[in-house]
Design a protein around this ligand. Structure first.
Ligand code: ZN
Length: 388
């Protein structure tokens, strides 16, 4: 369990946890979500019009809240939106991102820019809490990928994360050249070249042992001709071998572009199998006891108690109401069962409440295509709960 948690803690993961727990003392939380798919927003002009429509949507939400906000809170919200529009219009670096989320709460000094790895639909939310569903797929994909092209004369290592790739090491050398001169016998020459090649493979394996931290959850893709794979695999440190996503073959001087599509394909397959594994565990737990639920009421209770280990969701959600005092959510209007406070409508419904409660308590939320046996929620629980 400890180990799984450590693996899932990533930069986006820790940001999501703080966004999930964020409650402003004064003012509102603004969530702006912008799709950057090149087929939808190909030009700066298109982007600008999408930004305007999102921010205008948020302004209408602020209008609706004018009665419940203090004057300075309303002014601050409008200033936040002004700033957000300028930023998204003029300063946004959209390279490599399929979407973008901006989380702002000016009176609390909160401003978080989140490039997203997967496409999202434009959205604007203004409320007490941030809206996190648009982050789920990017959160899942936020793994470090290490790419290596290795051969007798090649050792190039890249790191790719959130659609951006950087070169870490290049140990490409022409081993044979070093022995070109001198009157060596062919056998002696060959032996020396083989020893150098082995040293070189060791060297690259060593780099990987240091680059990949044990328990980091990083994945490794190795491009290497088939005859050399078993030798290279033997040289890998155990934790590096465990991180191995797969092997591929590329042209002798191919760059990272040649490896990335295969790495993304293998990562997608890995994530798919992780989700299938969670669905399977959920089915077994449900058949065998009370540590799994398909009930929104139970999931809300579990989320409020930090009892959700993993929640599978498919995007469907019933309406829900939430207690402004204790954050407990429920499926009916009225007052809080614990403190009697009048409940308010929850933006994003029960789904957002479960996402926040799960992520804030170190659980994971996975978006799946469909959950046919359910009403959109399948949760694995750390301990049984019963709705109040
Ligand atoms: Zn309450």
């Amino acid at each position: 369990m400890q180990n799984i948690m450590a693996q899932l803690e990533t930069r986006l993961g820790s940001l999501a946890r703080s966004l999930a727990s964020f409650r402003p003392e004064r003012g509102v939380s603004i969530s702006l979500v912008l799709g950057l798919d090149a087929s939808v927003v190909p030009t700066a002009k298109d982007l600008s019009s999408h930004v305007r429509s999102i921010v205008d949507g948020a302004r209408r939400h602020v209008d609706e809240l004018a009665d419940v906000l203090a004057h300075e809170e309303e002014v601050a919200a409008r200033d936040d939106l002004e700033r957000a529009q300028t930023f998204l219009d003029q300063d946004l670096d959209r390279s490599g991102a399929a979407g973008f989320a901006l989380y702002v709460s000016g009176l609390e000094g909160a401003w978080h820019e989140v490039p997203l790895a997967t496409p999202v639909r434009d959205a604007a939310h203004v409320g007490r809490t941030f809206v996190l569903a648009p982050l789920l797929e990017s959160l899942e994909r936020d793994r470090e990928l290490i790419l290596v092209a290795v051969g007798r004369e090649r050792g190039t290592v890249w790191r790719t994360r959130s659609g951006r790739t950087e070169l870490l090491e290049d140990r490409t050398e022409e081993i044979g050249r070093r022995h070109d001169q001198g009157g060596w016998s062919q056998a002696r020459f060959q032996r020396s070249v083989d020893e150098d090649a082995l040293d070189h493979f060791r060297d690259v394996a060593d780099i990987l042992a240091h680059t990949i931290q044990p328990g980091s959850g990083a994945h490794l893709l190795v491009a290497c001709v088939e005859e050399q794979r078993s030798l290279f695999e033997q040289l890998l440190a155990p934790h590096v071998r465990e991180s191995l996503l797969g092997w591929t073959t590329v042209e002798a001087h191919a760059g990272e572009d040649a490896l990335e599509p295969e790495a993304q394909r293998l990562l997608a397959a890995r994530l798919e199998s992780e989700r299938a594994g969670l669905v399977e565990r959920w089915r077994e737990a449900r058949a065998g006891g009370d540590r799994a639920t398909a009930s929104w009421a139970e999931a809300l209770e579990a989320a409020a108690n930090g009892a959700v280990e993993a929640a599978l969701v498919d995007g469907r959600s019933p309406d829900a109401w939430v207690c402004p005092a204790c954050d407990r959510g429920g499926l009916a209007q009225g007052s809080c069962a614990l403190d009697g406070t009048q409940l308010v409508a929850a933006p994003g419904g029960a789904l957002e409440i479960v996402i926040r409660g799960t992520i804030a308590n170190g659980g994971q939320v996975r978006r799946v295509a469909t959950l046919p046996e359910t009403e959109g929620i399948a949760a694995l629980l750390r301990f049984p709960v019963s709705p109040v």
